[in-house]
Write a protein that binds this ligand. Sequence first.
Ligand SMILES: O=P(O)(O)OC[C@H]1O[C@H](O[C@H]2O[C@H](CO)[C@@H](O)[C@H](O)[C@H]2O)[C@H](O)[C@@H](O)[C@@H]1O
Ligand SMILES: O=c1ccn([C@@H]2O[C@H](COP(=O)(O)OP(=O)(O)O)[C@@H](O)[C@H]2O)c(=O)[nH]1
Ligand SMILES: [Mg+2]
Length: 734
Amino acid sequence: MSKTIIISNRLPLQLQIDNKKIKATPSVGGLATGMKSVHRDSNGIWIGWTGLTEEEIPADLRDEVVDATIKEQCVPVSLSEEDIDGFYYGFSNRTIWPLFHYFMEYTEFEKESWQSYVEVNEKYAEVVLDNIEEGDTVWVHDYQLMLLPALIKKERPDVQIGFFLHIPFPSYEVFRTLPWREEILKGLLGSDLIGFHTYDYQRHFLSSVSRILRHEVSFNEITLKDRIVTVNSYPMGIDYDKFSEAAAKHDAAKNQSELQRRLDLHIDSTPDAKMILSIDRLDYSKGIANRIRAYEYFLEKYPEFKEKVRLVMLAVPSRSNVPQYQLLKKEVDELVGRINGKFASVSWTPIWYFYRSMPFENLIDLYTTCEVALLTPIRDGMNLVAKEYVATRTDKKGVLILSEMAGAAQEMSEALIINPNNFEEIADALKQAIEMPEAEQIKRNKFLQKRLKRYNVEKWANDFMTSLKDTAHKSDIVKAIRMRADQEDEMFDAYKKADKRILFLDYDGTLRAFVNNPEDASPDDDLLELVRTIHNQENTEVVIISGRDRHTLGTWWQDVPITLIAEHGVWKRPVGGEWAVTENLKNDWMDTVRPILEKFVDRTAGTFIEEKNYSLAWHYRNADPDLGEKRASELSNVLKELSANNELGVLDGNKVLEIKDSTIHKGKAVTKHIFGKDYSFKFAIGDDWTDEFMFQDLPDDAFTIKVGLQKTAAKYYVDDTERVRDLLKKFAAS
Ligand SMILES: O=P(O)(O)OC[C@H]1O[C@H](O[C@H]2O[C@H](CO)[C@@H](O)[C@H](O)[C@H]2O)[C@H](O)[C@@H](O)[C@@H]1O
Ligand SMILES: O=c1ccn([C@@H]2O[C@H](COP(=O)(O)OP(=O)(O)O)[C@@H](O)[C@H]2O)c(=O)[nH]1
Ligand SMILES: [Mg+2]
């Protein structure tokens, strides 16, 4: 039976050695807590790190480690202390984490830790490949494993791979600072589906892909040469019932509450004070220090709340080998001390601070006891604590104050949404929360709970997995039209048998790959020789049919006596003959259009005009991709209005807009060329929109091939110019 393989840096259980025995505890953090229920309900395995390094596990306990993980349907990846230093504390948490959370001043770019990141991703790949069976689906999680999808895809192109990023994907301006930005993007693009918590992270990622790798991005699909990668947003949910049921049980036994006991013991004798909850891993992205300062500001701005409120703050130890986390710990300790010192009275401590992780029961206790939750991350991928808090409010009372910088804020608009840097706003939100009438609390939570209950973690995972399966369907369509070996054999058979053959070859993007400056795309010796060989075969005609001007084509092919068609059919150079115009055309319209194009060149850096006898082309390959597309559609509109009265047409090529007589196109050129001649083998190959005319206008028995995966009227497609060379070689050898 096929299975789902979940892969994340950390397994849902963490192993420790206690008294020479292996002890397992649940992992903390949104990814592990959220995915746990998905894993529990599947027949899949979870691959990841146990929390113990190779050096920490004595030889006699190795089997026990494997047993403890297998028991939980997990497979351990063995990592050394050096791996953890370079990969986890290094590249993952000193480079990617700060950079992706916009903490650029904390971001380190160290070659050694990058190398370690590469090596550890390879170690993960090895374990995954050892465990994959036919038909399995792979789901890779998070920023520690961004190279893994491509490593798996390379070995197992048959397997569907999903990737989900649990943290924000930063804007292109931030992401581009990473020295290994291309490698990271290419690693991720090994996936068939890439998921983010929010649409903003998704569009940032797509923008980086189109700017850095220059791939075609259309809405939420990235077209690679042989595959389509789908990108979408799936806001992660929680195991709603688990939290609400635990809360219901807990309410029934309220006097068991640790907080309650504390109050009963008169450690603090202001039992009526409203409790404001704060829970996070001790992480600078969570805005804990700012939160304490904002609380201080609140007590100053509204002193009437002294002794009436209390901040209950749980900070869970995290990544404490990273210096920034150690500094933060010190800062928080000092802040708590200072503020308690400043405001405390004999009967009241303004902040109760816990620095440790708590078992589930105690978390529920905190969630249910506190009237307000104050969560103020500076940046947060999602923030599941916000969702868990709302889920535990069984009587629907309680107020959530949430930072707009958390992914969760996008779905939780009924919460009090604040800017974590605006103390004024936080202080006012705290006042509003404490004084909020119960009816309003209930109204807000009703909406929030309804949404959280419906889009729970199970629904989230199912949604992702369904989309992932759908991508297999997309690849099937791709596979169907991609030229297969047997179809290729059939074509060469027909070629060999035919007594009169013609090949129409487009130039740019077909015989030669695109370069930034079109003048640099001259044919290499190999190409000249191949075309000459095919041309010299008996009863064979090769026609290069291009949008280029005749001078360039003529110079490049002056020593190869084939037929050349330039400017989409305006000019023709027959075998052994001279260039001649094929139609009577006017070009007086150019004086009107040229100044318009010049204006667009001035406003759009990186673009330029190519002038031909009967057409003008505006090239935008080197412009910013978004701006280029926008300006192209703007220009296209302006030109279409103008062309209506002039019999002009605007051709939308590959990063070029060409304005010319609308009656001229490659379809007409090939039709005229074959008219009255009885070719028994007809072949046409081209890469862009202007080549579609030839695919459409050639008779049905022609072999028509598109270069690159795009919508086409051609019968087949091949991946790229290298594959075109292979085909030419086979023609030459036939
Ligand atoms: O494994 P650690 O280094 O100890 O860190 C714990 C986890 O923290 C991060 O959680 C994120 O995922 C949550 C769920 O999608 C999301 O709500 C939160 O905003 C994120 O920060 C991290 O992404 C995980 O890989 C870590 O395991
Ligand atoms: O002592 C604790 C405190 C928190 N959590 C859990 O840790 C997760 C934190 O996830 P969140 O998305 O809020 O932030 P992350 O730590 O992943 O950045 C939540 O599911 C909490 O229930 C926990 O297991 N033990
Ligand atoms: Mg072309």
